[in-house]
Design a protein around this ligand. Sequence first.
Ligand SMILES: *Cc1c(COP(=O)(O)O)cnc(C)c1O
Length: 384
Amino acid sequence: MTAPRKPATILASAGVAADPGRRAIVPPVQVSDTFEWADPDTKPDYDYSRTVNPNRDLLAAALAELEDAAGGAVTNSGQSAALLATLLLPAGALVVAPHDCYGGTYRLLQGLADQGKLRAVFVDQRDDAAFAAALAEQPALVWLETPSNPLLRLVDIAQRAAVAKAAGALVLADNTLPTPLRQQPLALGCDLVLHSTTKALNGHADLFGGALLAADPALVEQLHWWANAAGLNGSATDASQILRGLRTLPLRVDRQEATAQQLASWLAAQPGVREVHYPGLDSHPDKALADRQQAGPGFMIAFRVTGDSAAFLKGLDLITLASSLGGFATLICAPATMTHRGMPPEAQAEAGIHPDLLRLSVGLEEADDLIADLARGFEAAASA
Ligand SMILES: *Cc1c(COP(=O)(O)O)cnc(C)c1O
């Protein structure tokens, strides 16, 4: 047994000189939709790019090694990876998801439930009694998302996965926010790990992509079967670009996280701040779990301002008001009207997504410049 390779090594060597043609250092982009057969009875390894493509395979192999998965499907968005997960389930199956999950996850599961294709319940998964009650309904799939988006609440993956599996459910973790560098859901007992590669994994905010990886080779087979059947796989060009972005993921996450820690501490000391949610702060209710479960608190911060939050946002100059996260540029959003608008107001209130809650995705700018910009926002909010 050789020791597992470290992420930076996996990503610096993925696909290097692996091109069987000319041993190119950078894997060539194989955009061809189809490939020649030697004869009609001998199916080549690569035949039709919806089914299988060399660039997608290289990306899937790198992601699988990062997550210690047996393999998985590289899809054309995070949402198509989520849809792929639901295709594994029989009609009418019950899915238990967090009440404060990603807005798109809520929209998809609720939409499928409204059509009777499956049943969905959204529970506060930190609540032992609520989680046990949901498991008593015999879900086919338990969907975890920790830290949650936007409020960065944590659940104990090892504990939740163990009881969910004992109840007969498949367990999936959306690992988009922490990235494989900060959290390893399969090692903690999950069956499936989902990524929106649109976010930190690509990191350059210029494409959409997703992945659904599994620990069990039989499940990997099913993922490939359904991704091909439903046409959910991503393009060769996008797979190549995502692998390019991934090569610097360890550097970017270290830097973004260090800056986020600085910003969160600064925010917590501002009189214009009502509350800060960041797993790297001692004030975070799940700090001990974060220290145990995650290799770092990450680059996302949520906070509420005491003054006029619209004026605060208008006062910003460097930080841009936009959805999405994990990219090189620092973005801020108001989840209630932006990322989570697919969630009805009652569900938002229950999840704690207040109209004045702001979510910050910290990028690669200098921390001092970001702090100066936030200070401009507080000045604007105070004089509104
Ligand atoms: C963005 C996101 C998704 C959806 O991914 P897309 O690539 O936008 O389809 C799913 N989960 C989380 C946590 C996300 O942030």
